[in-house]
Design a protein around this ligand. Structure first.
Ligand code: ATP
Ligand code: MG
Length: 271
């Protein structure tokens, strides 16, 4: 039997069998851009030992952040798989595993025009997750494009849990409320991101009202605002155990581990 990769050993320490997540579907989603979806998706995918599926079609994508530029490639793993009606094959999985990076199904610029309808996307994702769960014994984490595009809506509908980076600012909270009004019946978890040491009472109250109205819980752990993150150029996740996290990232890594644990516990509690 394969040994548990180092990055998943925190699960064992917390009494969680990594195999219990095989085939599970997580998304990181929010209608508002720039709230930290891609950042959260990369870190969570790594910690959960998940296959990261990149649904973004512009420059800020996880594929590019991790060092795979889809524009340099003739073909798209994602679009080819959809056309051929088969499950996409991740890069950096199994024997091709790379230090500090989750296994990845890269996105592509053409996915904007080539994405299936929400209903078809939902069915495809369920089939892919089941298949990848069997093949690799892993869950999937989908990094969605901002807004309510068909691929995002399909992914949200298919997911066991949708993680929503929640930024305590006016337009971000309005966009969040709009999203929950439309699709708040799906399983979401608000994860406050880019927070200050004492978040403004107005936004905390707002988040709690959303929690009560739409039964969308707020994570216990909040992620602080780390200015240096946006200038970081290392193509590895912060939570990578394959390189020593820089001292300034220690608090961030602790927060992300706590959030990963909350995500797993919630997912397994609702199955
Ligand atoms: N907690 C944080 N503190 C500081 N910067 C952060 C934090 N989380 C994310 N960022 C930074 O904010 C920027 C936007 O993050 P990211 O690209 O993950 O957002 P996004 O929601 O995926 O954006 P888009 O909607 O364009 O896909 C990035 O530069 C990222 O490094
Ligand atoms: Mg993004």
């Amino acid at each position: 039997m394969a040994t548990t990769p180092l990055r998943q050993q925190w699960m064992l320490r917390n009494g969680i069998a990594p195999s219990s997540l095989a085939g599970k579907i997580f998304t990181v989603a929010a209608y508002k851009g720039g709230v930290g979806k891609t950042f959260t998706a990369m870190e969570l995918a790594y910690l959960l030992g998940a296959i990261l599926i990149d649904f973004e079609w512009d420059e800020g994508s996880a594929s590019i952040a991790l060092g795979y530029n889809p524009d340099d490639r003739q073909r798209s793993i994602l679009i080819d798989a959809i056309n051929a009606e088969r499950t996409p094959k991740p890069i950096w999985a199994g024997e091709h595993e790379q230090a500090g990076r989750p296994a990845l199904i890269p996105g592509h610029a053409e996915f904007e025009d080539r994405q299936p309808s929400a209903g078809d996307m939902e069915k495809l994702i369920r089939a892919w997750a089941a298949d990848l769960g069997k093949q690799y014994g892993r869950p999937i984490v989908i990094d969605t494009h901002p807004g309510g595009s068909p691929s995002t809506l399909g992914a949200i509908a298919a997911a066991n849990l949708n993680i929503v980076p929640t930024v305590f600012k006016e337009r971000e909270m309005k966009a969040l409320e709009g999203m929950f009004k439309e699709i708040g019946h799906f399983p979401f978890l608000m994860v406050p991101n880019m927070t200050t040491t004492s978040p403004p009472a107005k936004y905390l109250t707002w988040a709690i009202r959303l929690q009560d109205t739409y039964q969308v819980p707020i994570s216990e752990e909040f992620i602080r605002d780390y200015r240096w993150l946006s200038t970081r150029s290392l193509r590895m996740v912060n939570c990578s155990v394959d390189h020593a996290p820089v001292k300034k990232a220690a608090e961030l890594v602790t927060s992300l581990n706590a959030i990963a644990k909350e995500v797993v516990v919630r997912c397994l509690a609702t199955q």
